[in-house]
Ligand binder design. Structure first.
Ligand SMILES: C[S@@+](CC[C@H](N)C(=O)[O-])C[C@H]1O[C@@H](n2cnc3c(N)ncnc32)[C@H](O)[C@@H]1O
Length: 303
């Protein structure tokens, strides 16, 4: 397909791709609904804030996907009331199924982050994970986040790809592609038919067009500051964990999902968690935000 150029085309590709991916999304990304997942979410939110997690009343998540952040924050008692939105109707259906299975009450809405159908000053927290890099007009997005937040309200984003991190991640991805045939032979795994794990070959094609930004920290600081936010903080997280994660993911993507043995999946998951700890204790806070793979942002609407 031709590269989408207009904002409307980018939104359309995102809607179609994520709806196609929704039913496999949690399995593909190893989303955990137990304590491991909760610890991941709470740690990321605390890192974004640069301190302990306060209690919030009413929250709005944009690009909520299958509910990873909001549902865990609800289960942890960190928020009272969650409103979850996404541009993809398929994602919102998957989120509602997850909420029902977990016995959680959430309000949902299919909408674009740049045009939020909510009253001014109606939320205490606006949040998102791995969504800003899909939004064509970030200035308009941040103007909306500011508008719907109450004075003194907080905005938190996590999991945004940094430009350097994105470049660095190409190395392990390339290396993994080179060794993939030997890796599959060692595990006696068959080849994947392109895109099967993600909703089919058509979705595989769309996937290349859904990301529209990779950031340097100052981009995010500027867009939040220009929208009127204060106390803007951008931090970086995960370097070794991401190299390891992307290598394994690139290998796994070449194999039929049912042929990847459980011992391998456990090695990949546990290795990732162990390297996250190394990143956290040795690298984060010591190295500049710009070299990490993920960026996290927090800011406040002036009181
Ligand atoms: C990478 S997924 C992340 C989902 C979820 N936040 C998570 O962490 O699992 C990005 C999500 O953003 C949504 N999205 C993409 N463009 C959007 C837009 N313009 N407005 C709202 N949501 C959007 C997609 O449909 C998708 O569910």
């Amino acid at each position: 397909m031709a590269t989408p150029k207009t904002a409307e085309e980018i939104r359309d590709v995102n809607t179609r791709y994520h709806t196609g991916a929704a039913s496999h999304y949690d399995a593909k990304w190893g989303i955990d609904w137990g304590m491991v997942g909760r610890d991941q979410v709470l740690t990321k939110v605390e890192k974004a804030l640069g301190g302990p997690l306060p209690h919030f009343g009413r929250s709005l998540e944009v690009g909520a996907g299958t509910g990873y952040f909001s549902l865990h924050l609800l289960m942890a008692g960190a928020i009272d009331q969650a409103v979850c939105t996404d541009i993809s109707p398929g994602m919102i259906e998957a989120l509602q199924r997850n909420a029902d299975e977990l016995g959680l009450d959430v309000a949902t809405e299919v909408c674009d982050a740049e045009a939020l159908p909510f009253a001014d000053e109606s939320f205490d927290l606006v949040l998102g994970h791995a969504v800003l890099h899909h939004i064509p007009n970030l200035e308009q997005g941040f103007a909306e986040f500011f508008r719907v937040l109450k004075p003194g309200g907080v905005v938190i984003f996590a999991g945004e790809p940094s430009r350097n991190g994105d470049r660095l991640a190409q190395l392990p991805k390339r290396a993994a592609t080179t060794v993939a045939p030997a890796w599959r032979a060692a595990l006696r795994a068959g080849r994947s038919s392109a895109g099967d794990s993600d909703g089919g070959a058509c979705n595989h094609e769309l996937e290349q067009h859904v990301d529209v930004h990779a950031f340097v920290p100052s981009d995010l600081e500027a867009v939040a500051g220009d929208a009127g936010f204060e106390q803007v903080n951008v931090r970086g997280e995960e370097l070794l964990a991401n190299w390891f994660g992307w290598t394994n993911r690139a290998l796994e993507a070449t194999a039929a999902p049912e042929d990847v043995p459980m011992f391998w999946r456990q090695y990949a998951f546990r290795g990732y968690l162990a390297l996250q700890k190394v990143d956290r204790s040795l690298l984060e806070g010591r190295l500049p935000a710009t070299i990490f793979y993920n960026l996290l942002l927090s800011a406040r609407r002036p009181a």
